[in-house]
Design a protein around this ligand. Structure first.
Ligand code: PMP
Length: 362
């Protein structure tokens, strides 16, 4: 990314103070045990790879702007109707559409102070006033803060980077108490141990649930997100989609996603491994004296009393393990560690033991 002071003379006034979202590092200079961007450590399903390779042969033709086949198959998998689903270029795209569609000066956005960092950027680029509600000291969402809040609510469930989830029963209370605003539930990590709110979209006209193939379906590089809601909300999103980029899902991604959907057993097997590896890594971290949040996602959020988050991040990086460190006021003591393979988790723990031993010698 270019830095803010290298902007041209021509950059619109309205974007001059925009601070872009900072994605996790994708270094090319060295092979890392890469536990910093919540990707899957497993390759896409072989069927996804095969279908995508076949699809490139027809890449001279534009893709289907309605992703008809994909929407049909995905809606069946998610237990909804095709009128209640739309697909986007990663779930980041539908989250941006939600800020565009449902927030303005009379519908402010609201989200937790500690959550997915992109929400704030989406609010700013769309010139939307927003409020951040502090999580409790143990990083939980206080349900009462969102009851009848009368703003457009964005909640990642499980939340990031904490991994802590709310139950659909609690989310229903938020949705039911804000009938004049849309509630957006970002389920990027739901498959790793939380319960989906998709069934609630049949009951409420003001609920949009977003999801992604980036995590549990190993397709972060293909960029496929989706949204489930009542047909009217889906039409709103499609209006914005058609007004920005009707061909937002390319042929290879569409084909890869169909392969992944057909290979649900592969997804389930990988989910089982990640959940087991999360339990293993969490147990090891706890026994080393870490505090670890109760994560229902494919990452752990952890801190150690003897080593601050920034030091842990850089010492791990020196040893070939990449994790994510956030500078935020309340979370700078923590690191977020993506759950990878058992072997990757063993390397992580071994390197952490080394770092803690050195810290104690000091
Ligand atoms: N929501 C949350 C909470 C995330 O962490 C991410 C991944 N960075 C996304 C949405 C977006 O993921 P994608 O665009 O790959 O679907």
């Amino acid at each position: 990314m270019s830095s803010a002071n290298s902007m041209s003379l021509f950059f619109s006034e309205k974007f001059k103070s925009l601070v872009p979202y900072t994605p996790g590092e994708q270094p090319k200079n060295r092979e890392y045990v890469k536990l910093n961007t919540n990707e899957s450590p497993f390759s896409p399903s072989p069927r996804a790879v095969k279908y995508a390779a076949e699809a490139v042969r027809e890449a001279n033709l534009y893709p289907d702007p309605d992703s008809t086949e994909l929407v049909g198959r995905l809606s069946a998998l998610l237990g909804t109707n095709k009128e209640c689903l739309t697909v986007t270029n990663g779930s980041d795209e539908i989250l941006n559409f939600a800020f565009m569609a449902y927030c303005d000066t009379s519908h402010h956005a609201v989200f937790p102070d500690i959550t997915y960092g992109f929400y704030k950027v989406f609010a700013k680029i769309n010139n939307v006033p927003y409020e951040e509600i502090p999580l409790s000291d143990d990083f939980k969402i206080n349900l009462g803060d969102y009851i009848a809040v009368n703003k457009t609510v964005f909640i990642a469930n499980p939340n990031a980077p904490t991994g802590i989830a709310l139950s659909p029963i609690d989310i229903e209370k938020i949705v039911a108490s804000n009938p004049d605003n849309v509630v957006i539930i970002d389920e990027a990590y739901v498959d790793f141990g939380a319960e989906s709110c998709i069934p609630l979209t049949k009951k409420y006209k003001n609920l949009l649930v977003t999801g992604t193939f980036s995590k549990s379906r190993s397709l972060a590089g293909a960029r496929l997100g989706f949204g489930v809601a009542c047909p009217e909300i889906i039409n709103d999103i499609n209006t914005l989609r058609y007004s920005t980029n009707p061909y937002n899902i390319n042929r290879m991604t569409m084909a890869a996603a169909l392969g992944a959907i057909e290979d649900e057993d592969y997804t389930r097997k990988n989910l089982k491994s990640i959940i087991e590896n999360r339990a293993f890594a969490k147990g090891e971290l706890l026994s080393l004296g870490f505090t670890v949040t109760d994560s229902a996602a494919n990452f752990l959020f952890a801190r150690h009393p003897d080593v601050d988050g920034g030091t842990l991040y850089s010492e791990l990086k020196r040893r070939g393990v990449l994790v994510r460190h956030f500078d935020g006021e309340r979370i700078s003591d923590y690191v977020r560690i993506t759950v990878g393979t058992r072997e990757q988790m063993e390397i992580l723990i071994e390197k952490i033991k080394e770092i803690l031993t050195l810290a104690r010698l000091k």
